[in-house]
Design a protein around this ligand. Structure first.
Ligand SMILES: NC(=O)c1ccc[n+]([C@@H]2O[C@H](COP(=O)([O-])OP(=O)(O)OC[C@H]3O[C@@H](n4cnc5c(N)ncnc54)[C@H](O)[C@@H]3O)[C@@H](O)[C@H]2O)c1
Length: 365
């Protein structure tokens, strides 16, 4: 998968990559002393400040890191817009191994870069980051969301994200199987980190048959022992005879190499940018008869929770708002069918419509 990406990205210039997704601003952050190499992508701020997490990952190349931040920040624009939030889309990536290269100085230096954007970008937690890391960033800038409850924040957004993903999965099950019950359904969960772990808990409560995979053996053992999920290898996950495939690790797993292998009738997970190329793989899933629950719609629970922290709501209202993902997902399926487009395109269309209409409101005093 990475090799495929490398070939795709090889011939693209930096501005070629940036203009492809129409970003407002991309900031390259570099600091010799701490070894910081980070990229902040601000995709669109029509609806409000660009909010999105910071991811730390050992990217195979800088082009891949740029591609990731561009795709992720664009996804945040859509996610906020479709969820009715007054936020724009942004995201940051720190290049490095979160287990080895992370330290207080590096994170605080990154915080200075966020501070210098004067609120145009608000950061939060993502893959490879912890609430403790966010505390370090917060020492340098107030533009941090998703802080621990002890610091006045909304705490870990992952359980809320998992709940929204579960709601979206149930809506997709209703579309594919005629019932939203997940009891007895065979469901594969790829990645049992923060969100994946909570999702497995919800699925276990509904007596689904769960298959899990992850890079970390210890985590797999823990989740498997707790919820009775069957462990499978990282590659085997694509060939399993399951009803639902739930990508909860990184993006791009629905691609030319995997679609032919998938036997599921539903794809619904929390990972961002699950379709490697929505223009190709969105229609390809229709051809295969797979119901795809748009990722940025069903994984919006965490953002809804973080937003409620900014505007002063509470956890209960965040859950109540997240529950509506069920109905929104069914609405998107209906729109897609009516317009003869794939589900991701329908969700993007709905999000773009809101950005355009609110953009007009904001263009006048
Ligand atoms: N945390 C949130 O609230 C939130 C909100 C929206 C979207 N997301 C997205 O959901 C996904 C998971 O987020 P998280 O917070 O649970 O991250 P996490 O880092 O806690 O969990 C990700 C897990 O995926 C595993 N993994 C990575 N590559 C894998 C592979 N190829 N095969 C199997 N497992 C693999 C990792 O080992 C890790 O355990 C990410 O794509 C993230 O952007 C998270």
């Amino acid at each position: 998968m990475v090799e495929l990406k490398e070939v795709e990205l090889k011939d693209k210039s930096v501005f070629g990559q940036i203009s492809e997704y129409n970003h407002e601003k991309v900031v390259f952050c570099h600091d010799q002393e701490t070894g910081l190499k980070a990229i902040i992508g601000i995709h669109n701020t029509v609806l409000g400040p660009a909010l999105g997490g910071t991811r730390m990952w050992s990217y195979a190349s800088e082009a891949e890191a740029l591609d990731d931040v561009l795709r992720l920040s664009r996804g945040m624009t859509y996610k906020a817009a479709i969820s009715g939030l007054n936020l724009g889309g942004g995201k940051a990536v720190i290049i490095g191994d979160a287990k080895k290269d992370k330290n207080e100085a590096l994170l605080r230096r990154f915080g200075r870069f966020v501070k210098n954007l004067n609120g145009a970008y608000i950061t939060a937690e993502d893959v490879g980051m912890t609430t403790k890391d966010m505390e370090y960033i917060h020492m340098e800038t107030e533009h941090v969301a998703g802080l621990p409850e002890s610091m006045g924040g909304g705490g870990d957004p992952s359980p809320v994200t998992a709940y929204g993903t579960y709601m979206g999965m149930k809506a997709a099950a209703k579309k594919a199987f005629g019932s939203d019950s997940l009891e007895g359904k065979k469901i594969s969960v790829q990645g049992v980190g923060h969100v994946g772990g909570y999702l497995v808990e919800l699925l276990a409560k509904e007596n689904a048959q769960i298959f899990i995979t992850d890079i970390y053996e210890d985590r797999l053992r823990e989740v498997s022992n707790k919820y009775g999920a069957k462990v499978v290898s990282m590659d085997e996950i694509y060939d399993l005879d399951v009803d639902i495939y739930s990508p909860c690790a990184l993006g791009g797993t629905v691609n030319d190499n995997t679609i032919d292998r998938l036997k599921c009738k539903v794809i619904a997970g929390c990972a961002n940018n699950q379709l490697r190329d929505e223009k190709i793989h969105g229609p390809a899933l229709i051809d295969k008869g797979i119901v795809y629950a748009p990722d940025f719609l069903i994984n919006a629970g965490g953002l809804i929770n973080v937003y409620s922290e900014l505007v002063g709501y509470n956890r209960e209202s965040a859950y109540a708002q997240t529950e509506r993902i069920y109905g929104y997902t069914l609405d998107i399926f209906e729109l897609a069918e009516k317009e003869g487009i794939h589900n991701q395109a329908a969700a993007m269309k709905m999000a773009e419509k809101r950005i355009q209409s609110i953009g007009k409101v904001r263009s006048t005093f």
